[in-house]
Design a binder for this molecule. Structure first.
Ligand SMILES: Nc1ncnc2c1ncn2[C@@H]1O[C@H](COP(=O)(O)OP(=O)(O)OP(=O)(O)O)[C@@H](O)[C@H]1O
Ligand SMILES: Nc1ncnc2c1ncn2[C@@H]1O[C@H](COP(=O)(O)OP(=O)(O)OP(=O)(O)O)[C@@H](O)[C@H]1O
Ligand SMILES: [Mg+2]
Ligand SMILES: [Mg+2]
Lengths: 223, 223
């Protein structure tokens, strides 16, 4: 599915990532943990094709997207890839239904099928009855669930999620992780950043980031 | 410190809170837990004088602020009350230092003293070196720590925090809760919403909200 070779990222003089090597196989479920500010979001923004200014090489399905134009990027993001942002990034003037249907805009499915997919996923994440609410009329956890629904509605091959349960209580978190597990069992590759070790246990494998470097086991990041 | 009597809140036809009764004594440390969408943020927005359109009565230090003008509200919010928002609400074009000094604007302390207070709190929350970064140049957890620093910089009598550790790893969470514990031991009243039962253990008492109603013990909300 993807291969990262010697990737680095700086913001001006500040080094956020260095010497990152990572391979994720098709159908894998990977968790990424690490302290606040260690570089997790920076790394998955690169994996999600949201940040193209890095050093080293990144191949997604054996292809590099470094020099691809925005149109092609939106196409692949709509079809192949679902992203759950740490701060949700919902469209503030659109309601729950409209926010979730965004990835389907590029898809060639007919209207009835699209409507069904959106209604199904709204029910799955427990937001039935909130279809007409705009983000400011939702709680923090409800907004997060809209962001999750939007990422999975088009059944992408790869889901990348940045702390998908950060704003959720433990019962709702379990419900979301059950959805991810079912999607993974059906073949979806999932890469998930989390601070919650109980959530990380849903993944097959966990890697750790500390001060911009990647480690395979937690011992080397314990200070 | 505060007394809530038969408070309710609706958004159009939707009832978010009903029949809420709560008393919090001076120097208490109270946790509020409950499922996503149950009414936690709605309640603490009322307690923090951010939402004045509710039914019932709310007295803060034996005074009602329902008919107070905006200027007086900003004054009391600056001096007496520190609020940590669930979505941080940082000023996007200001840097870390400037965001944290906002509550001091109303304060009559002299400039040197203000500078010292801001520098101390930046160090306390582990953001030394990030003073000049604007929110978009910070990680999720770093932004949350700026929001926490802003709420405590002016040593308010009452701190109200909405999931203050939601974007933090467990080590950084403990560091923040240690800060809250020290402030509480020095006499600060703290009311904190959390989804994390380990974080709730730092409080003296926990109340639970479910579907807009308040309960004193968890058993009655277990479904
Ligand atoms: N402006 C609004 N208009 C309509 N409904 C609203 C509005 N704000 C909140 N709600 C609804 O009120 C209910 C309570 O919201 P609240 O933000 O208090 O929940 P919460 O307990 O803080 O949840 P979370 O843990 O997800 O943050 C939710 O069902 C939400 O959809
Ligand atoms: N645009 C930027 N300019 C400068 N520094 C940045 C920028 N974006 C991020 N950083 C810095 O890069 C580092 C890594 O940030 P990143 O968002 O990847 O952390 P994270 O591991 O996701 O943390 P958290 O768990 O708090 O979300 C941080 O020290 C942050 O301050
Ligand atoms: Mg992050
Ligand atoms: Mg809330």
């Amino acid at each position: 599915m993807l291969k990262v070779t010697d990737v680095g990222k700086t913001y001006g003089k500040f080094t956020a990532l260095e010497n990152i090597n990572l391979e994720v196989a098709d159908g894998e479920f990977l968790a990424i943990m690490g302290p606040s500010g260690s570089g997790k979001s920076t790394l998955i923004n690169i994996l999600g094709l949201l940040d193209q200014s890095y050093t080293g090489e990144y191949l997604l399905e054996n292809k590099s997207y470094k020099d691809v134009n925005d149109n092609q990027l939106s196409q692949i993001r709509g079809d192949e890839l679902g992203f759950v942002f740490q701060n949700f990034k919902l469209l503030t003037t659109y309601n729950v239904y409209e926010n979730i249907e965004v990835p389907l805009i590029y898809s060639k499915k007919e209207q009835n099928k699209k409507r069904q997919l959106v209604a199904d996923v709204i029910d799955k994440v427990g937001l039935k009855g909130k279809e007409k609410n705009i983000p400011s009329e939702l709680s923090g956890g409800q907004q997060q669930r809209v962001a999750i629904a939007r990422a999975i509605v088009n059944r992408p091959k790869l889901i990348i999620a940045d702390e998908p349960t950060g704003a959720l209580d433990s019962k709702t978190s379990k419900e979301i992780m059950d959805i991810f597990t079912k999607l993974n069992q059906a073949g979806t590759t999932i890469i998930m950043v989390t601070h919650d070790s109980e959530v990380a246990e849903y993944a097959m494998r966990t890697v750790y980031i500390r001060d911009g470097r990647l480690y395979n086991d937690e011992k080397s990041v314990k200070n």
